[in-house]
Design a protein around this ligand. Structure first.
Ligand code: DCT
Ligand code: MG
Length: 398
């Protein structure tokens, strides 16, 4: 009953602190729900936008992860990538370490880096790596299409630290991919815009429909996730009729060649055989036919023109394009696997394995409860509680 309060209001008596407390005590107590939202340890259960509020931390984590990758310390590399993924899912920037208490996947090392950044705006460890000659050289070399960490390391060990040294070294035999990587370096190391990706989409679309009118083309990878820029453009191409997709990629390649816009092409035929799956030993993404291309894109085909002004007035740029061609009945799995992000895919597979006892890859979803041995099951349970990195399911696909 707060009629005494309304009465005193009507009489114009001032509301004192005491009366306010009395009112509060008299009102029914409503408990507000805690604002702490549980964040899942699996990226596939976290709603994440393309807006990263914690870039200051995640950029630092990426340097650390990459450095561990160069040093082949997979567990630590994955730990920093996982931590970055958690921070990317947060709606706001972390402003004090206390705010990370309820968050999963943040270990001591991660938190120490965050604390340093919170206090001084930088991380000594990250700065040390950024100025480290080996890191800088490996980073530079691996930025070339066709050069992985192993080749980069080999070149570095031979005392090279610049492109001109690599290109002048007579003992180095560049493969076709690396030659094209160097040749088009300026263009393909530049980000691809959404408008450029759409222009390439219509080129691929025209080619596919010239081959088969009911062909299917889906833009996938980062652009499917809504990113404004990417390092390449990924497409899935197929046909609704099973088996008719065979030869689709080679026909597309022929058309692009005829148009004079194919600057590089490496084709990998399908090794897909459903009867041999699931395969635990498989390291690559999938067995589908695919090709890695460099395509010449005319500025006139791009709405708003090419991204970034071209100083040489060439009017075109080279773009990296990946095409993958699964059979129609594998389309959903291929699309899911190629949409990414890498961390999302990694955690989706981990979630399937540990929480649903299923095995997910780019080909299918297998029910492990029907096929798994007791020993394998016990191993999975160990993974669920502790470290999740295994040799078989390494950083790449784990
Ligand atoms: N992918 C994956 N595991 C890998 C590599 C790729 O699951 N080791 C998946 C997720 C994304 C998709 O394939 C395409 O790969 P990228 O083009 O490398 O990634 P992206 O997200 O499209 O990034 P970007 O925008 O830079 O191209
Ligand atoms: Mg991509």
């Amino acid at each position: 009953d707060i009629s005494w309060f309304t009465d005193s209001m009507r009489e114009g008596r001032p509301v004192t602190v005491e009366t306010r407390h009395l009112i509060q005590d008299a009102l029914p107590q409503v408990t507000t729900p805690s604002p702490v939202v549980r964040v899942s340890q699996y990226a596939c259960q976290r709603r994440t936008t393309t807006e990263n509020q914690n870039k200051i931390f995640t950029d630092a984590f990426e340097v650390l992860a990459e450095n561990y990758e160069f040093n082949e310390i997979e567990g630590r590399c994955l730990a920093f990538r996982r931590a970055a993924s958690v921070l990317k899912s947060l709606p706001d920037m972390v402003r004090c370490l206390g705010a990370t208490e309820q968050l999963p996947c943040l270990g001591e090392h991660t938190k120490a880096v965050m604390e340093e950044i919170l206090q001084s705006g930088r991380s000594f460890e990250v700065e040390k790596i950024l100025s480290d000659e080996r890191y800088r050289t490996l980073k530079l070399f691996t930025s070339v299409f066709g050069v992985g960490p192993k080749t980069a390391e080999k070149w570095y060990r031979r005392g090279m630290s610049s492109f001109s040294e690599v290109l002048a070294e007579p003992g180095i035999q560049l493969n076709r991919m690396q030659q094209s990587g160097f040749l088009h370096y300026g263009d393909i190391s530049k980000a691809v815009s959404k408008a450029e990706a759409q222009a390439l989409g219509s080129i691929i679309d025209e080619a596919v429909h010239a081959i088969t009118p009911d062909g299917v083309v889906a833009l996938t990878g980062g652009f499917r996730r809504g990113k404004a820029f990417g390092h390449d453009v990924d497409f899935i191409v197929t046909t609704p009729e099973l088996g008719k997709e065979e030869g689709l990629l080679t026909s597309i390649i022929k058309i692009l060649k005829k148009q004079g816009i194919l600057l590089f092409c490496e084709y990998q035929a399908s090794t897909f055989d459903m009867s041999k799956l699931p395969s635990r030993r498989f390291e690559a993404m999938d067995h589908f036919a695919k090709c890695f291309l460099i395509v010449r894109l005319e500025g006139s085909r791009v709405e708003g023109g090419l991204h970034g002004c071209r100083a040489d007035g060439r009017g075109w740029r080279a773009v990296r394009v990946d095409l993958v061609s699964p059979p129609a009945d594998r389309y959903a799995f291929a699309l899911l696997g190629w949409t990414g992000s890498r961390q999302f895919e990694r955690d989706l597979r981990r979630y399937a394995r540990l929480e649903r006892r299923m095995l997910l890859d780019n080909h299918a979803l297998f029910d492990k409860t029907k096929t798994q041995s007791k020993k394998e099951m016990e191993k999975d349970l160990e993974c669920k509680d502790g470290c999740v990195v295994t040799k078989k399911m390494g950083v790449k696909n784990g």
